[in-house]
Design a protein around this ligand. Structure first.
Ligand code: SLL
Length: 276
């Protein structure tokens, strides 16, 4: 049974925490992406669906686990990924290698490891992603939906062509989790500074390239100033998006003006025809 809830909400406060979710898919290819042994004959792609912090920051201080509901044609379609990640089976240090040279140590369960599911398959479908919050939040889980993309997509042929050239099909979205008037205990957890005595890489803010500020030790809601490879969401992206929106708005205004003037001309013509 749920514990009695005698906590108060912090009135008038909204806390948001940014995160990224989406999928990355790769066509099987004997040279660049060979089929793992035992993969069914009809599977054409490997793919990953994930939820993670922007710029790989930690989100586990508010998001406890994530459930991915896959297509019913997939064995065990309900995948729950508790932290530590589904990817890493046990505690310990894993070395990421490039050309057999260790380049990066990944600590199993290290903050910032995405909640993710790796799969192979042949078709696209809608994935229901259910976020479970830490128990102290007293918040119910929430579901968001992601369309798994295996094939190039886009609004224009140019966009599709760019994707055709890319080594993988990326469909990622930036999102902000909003906690409206959180309960007091949860509010404290969301806003309290990180205890750095628990060792480097403890929960929370990391000092990152691109402007992630960690000086206050807050579990940050800041997003980086600029992008870096594999991290497309930043203030720079936001600025570019705003510019695109302003340009589009300008174009729409121009088109409206043109149509209005055409309409005035047509009305004038109609009036003169009626008079004549
Ligand atoms: C389609 N409506 O027809 C979609 C369904 C289902 C994808 C896509 C199975 C993988 C497996 C798989 O890829 N299902 O057997 O593990 O495109």
């Amino acid at each position: 049974m749920a514990p009695p809830n005698n906590q108060k909400r912090v009135k008038g406060v909204q806390i948001f925490r940014p995160f990224v979710y989406g999928s990355t898919a790769k066509l099987f290819d004997p040279a660049t992406n060979p089929k793992p042994p035992g993969t069914p004959e009809d599977h054409t792609h490997s793919w990953t669906v994930f939820v993670k912090g922007v710029d790989d920051t930690d989100i586990t201080y508010w998001c406890k686990k994530v459930q991915f509901k896959l297509h019913d044609s997939i064995p065990n379609p309900l995948r729950c990924t508790d932290f530590p990640s589904y990817l890493l089976p046990a505690k310990g240090i894993y070395w990421k290698k490039q050309a057999n040279i260790p380049i990066l140590a990944i600590e199993a369960g290290a903050p910032g490891t995405p909640f993710q599911v790796h799969e192979t398959g042949w078709g696209e479908f809608e994935i229901a992603i259910k976020l479970y919050y830490i128990p102290e939040s007293l918040e119910k889980p929430q579901t968001l939906y992601h369309h798994l993309r295996l094939h190039p997509y886009g609004n224009t042929e140019t966009e599709k062509e760019t994707m055709r050239q890319a080594p993988q099909i990326i469909s990622w979205a930036y999102e902000e989790q909003l906690f409206n008037e959180p309960y007091e205990q949860f509010y404290d957890l969301l806003t309290s500074p990180v205890d750095r005595s628990k060792g480097a890489g403890g929960k929370g803010t990391k000092m990152m390239k691109g402007g992630m500020v960690g000086s206050s030790g807050e579990r940050t809601s800041l997003i980086p100033l600029s992008c870096r490879p594999g991290q497309p969401f930043s203030r720079e992206t936001e600025k570019a998006e705003l510019k695109r929106l302003r340009e589009a708005q300008g174009k729409v205004e121009e088109m409206t003006k043109k149509l209005q003037s055409e309409l005035r001309d047509t009305e004038k013509e109609l009036a003169s025809l009626k008079e004549g």
